[in-house]
Design a protein around this ligand. Structure first.
Ligand SMILES: *Cc1c(COP(=O)(O)O)cnc(C)c1O
Length: 396
């Protein structure tokens, strides 16, 4: 393994978790598509189960070389001490809830969370006596006010989906820790290339790797990264038994995608910032929300805790939902589809699609208004994306 300490982000993306295969010299980590691994003898099997250094792999749900290469890659990028690959982003979200929360515990969350991350806390976890409070985490005082003696976890999304609101990670981590709670950040929107929550005080960070990390709209996958060894062991124990683990082929596809994360993100966020300026000046657009626009209410915070604004933004079209529908139905380069972080530009309407499961009054309280259109800008030529939007906006 290369020593990547002090190396740049592009170097880490390409080399972390990607050793040259000692058996064959393969430069790309091989796909170890095997459910089980033979022991050399009974003592070796026993050592493997004890987790001794001379032990080996046992069974793919418990560990697999291809999956571990991806775990090492993301752990290195996030500056964590261990990572756990999950079948989907939601498997990662539920792994964190399940590993950290017990009966009668309480969780405080960003109100405009990824839809299912919120829905599951409202519909499933109350059966186990777990309560949740959703707050506007743009103001750390709202988090502080929601903390109770039984609060064990503060769960944040920044930038949040789809409002692009930010949470001040340093300040909120300090508040949570003072109240004896852990902090987990869903870092899907920024990706480890632009933001590292563990460095700002978080205890856990998770990703839907379906989005920017894989980046090619062909895999669903998730990852949880823990700050320290104790927390890693605690979550890992649950992960192996809960079973939302990854498949080696899936891990290999994500390993292939992650190597170009930096290049993709640089191009996509350059396109996104240009498009944000274009839309902000357009007469058919009522508002634009993007962290690196000066008009973003938390622009200073964005510059402080993020290395770039990312490639997702939201905006309003004149004529509200009808204007937005006309736009989405007539675009040619931009594809009408949920998801984000892929190489291609995707556009969607959260109130009727990704966030339709949240009751309207709660949606509106979280500022997921009916006129909000979300666009995840891809890596096409900028001029083609702008022309696509300009052509349709002129007809509205
Ligand atoms: C997509 C997404 C998830 C869920 O990930 P899946 O891979 O679809 O299960 C969680 N959080 C955020 C912010 C997401 O965008």
């Amino acid at each position: 393994m290369h020593d990547l300490h002090g190396k740049g982000r592009l170097t880490k993306l390409i080399h972390a978790g990607n050793p040259i295969d000692p058996a064959t010299g393969a430069v790309s980590v091989p796909i170890y598509q095997s459910s089980t691994f033979a022991f050399k003898n009974a003592d070796h099997g026993a050592a493997s189960f004890r987790g001794d250094p001379e032990g080996g792999y046992i069974y793919t749900r418990l560990g697999n070389p291809t999956i571990m290469a991806l775990e090492e890659s993301v752990a290195t990028l996030e500056g964590g001490c261990g990572a756990m690959a999950c079948a989907t982003g939601m498997a990662a979200v539920n792994l964190v809830y399940y590993a950290i929360l017990s009966q009668n515990d309480h969780i405080v969350c960003t109100e405009s969370l990824y839809g299912p991350s919120r829905t599951v806390l409202e519909t499933e976890y109350p059966r186990f006596g777990i309560a949740a409070t959703f707050v506007d985490s743009t103001d750390p005082a709202h988090v502080e006010a929601a903390m109770r003696a039984e609060t064990k976890l503060v769960y944040l999304e920044t930038p949040a989906n789809p409002t692009l609101k930010l949470a001040d990670l340093r300040t909120i981590c300090e508040i949570a820790h003072r109240h004896g709670a852990l902090v987990c950040v869903d870092n899907t929107f920024a990706s480890p290339y632009l933001q590292n929550p563990l460095e700002l005080g978080a205890d856990l960070v998770l990703h839907s790797m379906t989005k920017f990390i894989n980046g090619h709209t062909d895999v669903v996958a998730g990852m949880v990264v823990a700050k320290d060894e104790d927390l890693y062991r605690r979550v890992l124990k649950v992960h192996k038994n809960l079973g939302g683990t990854m498949d080696p082929h899936q891990a290999w596809l994500v390993l292939r995608g992650i190597k170009s994360l930096g290049l993709r993100m640089e191009k996509a966020q350059e396109n996104c910032l240009k498009l944000a300026h274009f839309l902000e000046a357009h007469p058919k657009i009522t508002w634009v929300r993007y962290p690196f626009l000066e008009s973003h209410p938390q622009h200073d915070l964005a510059r402080e805790q993020m290395r770039g604004g990312g490639a997702v933004m939201s905006f309003g079209v004149v004529g509200g939902l009808d204007g937005g529908k006309k736009l989405m139905d007539n675009l040619e380069i931009c594809t009408l589809a949920v998801s984000l972080g892929g190489i291609e530009t995707l556009i969607e309407h959260p109130a009727s699609m990704t966030h339709a499961g949240i009751p309207q009054h709660e949606r509106e309280a979280a500022e997921i208004t009916d006129d909000l259109v979300r666009i995840a800008v891809g890596c096409e030529d900028y001029a083609d994306i702008e022309a696509d939007l300009a052509r349709v906006l002129d007809t509205i």
